[in-house]
Design a protein around this ligand. Structure first.
Ligand SMILES: *[C@@H]1O[C@H](CO)[C@@H](O)[C@H](O)[C@H]1NC(C)=O
Ligand SMILES: *[C@@H]1O[C@H](CO)[C@@H](O)[C@H](O)[C@H]1NC(C)=O
Ligand SMILES: *[C@@H]1O[C@H](CO)[C@@H](O)[C@H](O)[C@H]1NC(C)=O
Length: 223
């Protein structure tokens, strides 16, 4: 199943992408009347999260090599990530002891919490001192994939017995710094955000792989 990587440039395209991603999650194209199996859903969300993490890592590395300043430290402290209040297990052991539904809820919570900051990250990209087309393109792709991933996760949650409530996700509050006229403040805000994005997308990818292993392979798989 091919997921489009095209970057939606208008609201219309964005809706189109959303609608097609919903169809993608709910129905198997090869079986028009069939519903996608939960196993397939896990395969697809893991595919999404894996690509999303790789893209987020690319953004971080490109930012790091072009804009990072060692003079930031120890003067400036990175903000703690806005998603830090969402409790997630820290160790392999703890992950193993966390119930599937709790892990899914945390993943949805984090994914949901990135919708707003990703929009702002995309719109602030062109204001960087040396704007990079590649970084803008990649950030747009992460923003789109985050939405697709969220729909997939909601579909999975909907199949469990738990009632899914629209998540009240932690709010990101770094906008004024991201738009700061002071170049150093702005760059540091970018740095903090792309660093958190890389960490969170990595977390999500790791947890989803654990869940897929648990749900699809009965925990009998190697990482
Ligand atoms: C998401 O995380 C926030 C912050 O920890 C919490 O207040 C909220 O209840 C969580 N939402 C869900 C649905 O778990
Ligand atoms: C994970 O939990 C299962 C039981 O639920 C146990 O059999 C297994 O050994 C645990 N694995 C780790 C790495 O803790
Ligand atoms: C949730 O599942 C029910 C069937 O169990 C389905 O009718 C409904 O459309 C689903 N909702 C979402 C948001 O996927």
């Amino acid at each position: 199943m091919q997921l489009t990587m095209t970057l939606p440039s208008s609201a219309g395209m964005c809706m189109l992408l959303l609608v097609s991603s919903l169809l993608l999650w709910e129905h198997a194209a090869s079986k028009p009347t069939g519903v996608v199996s939960t196993e397939d859903l896990y395969d697809r969300v893991v595919e999404q999260s894996h690509v999303t993490y790789n893209l987020a890592a690319d953004i971080y590395h490109e930012f790091d090599s072009n804009f990072f300043k060692s003079s930031w430290f120890p003067k400036r402290m990175p903000r703690i990530c806005h998603t830090a209040s969402i409790h997630t297990p820290d160790s392999r052991q703890e992950v193993n002891e966390t119930k599937t539904e709790d892990l899914l809820k945390a993943i949805v919570n984090i994914t949901n919490a990135w919708e707003e900051p990703l929009k702002h990250l995309v719109s602030a990209m062109p204001s960087l001192p040396k704007p990079s087309d590649n970084m803008l393109k990649t950030t747009n792709a992460v923003k789109a994939k985050n939405i697709v991933l969220l729909e997939g996760l909601k579909t999975i949650l909907n199949r469990t017995q738990i009632v899914y409530e629209e998540t009240d996700s932690p709010v990101w509050s770094g906008l004024s710094e991201l738009k700061s006229a002071d170049e150093d403040t702005q760059l540091f805000a970018f740095y903090s955000l792309v660093r958190c994005l890389k960490r969170d997308t990595h977390k999500i990818d790791t947890f989803l792989k654990v869940l897929r292993c648990r749900v699809v392979f009965n925990s009998e798989c190697l990482f």
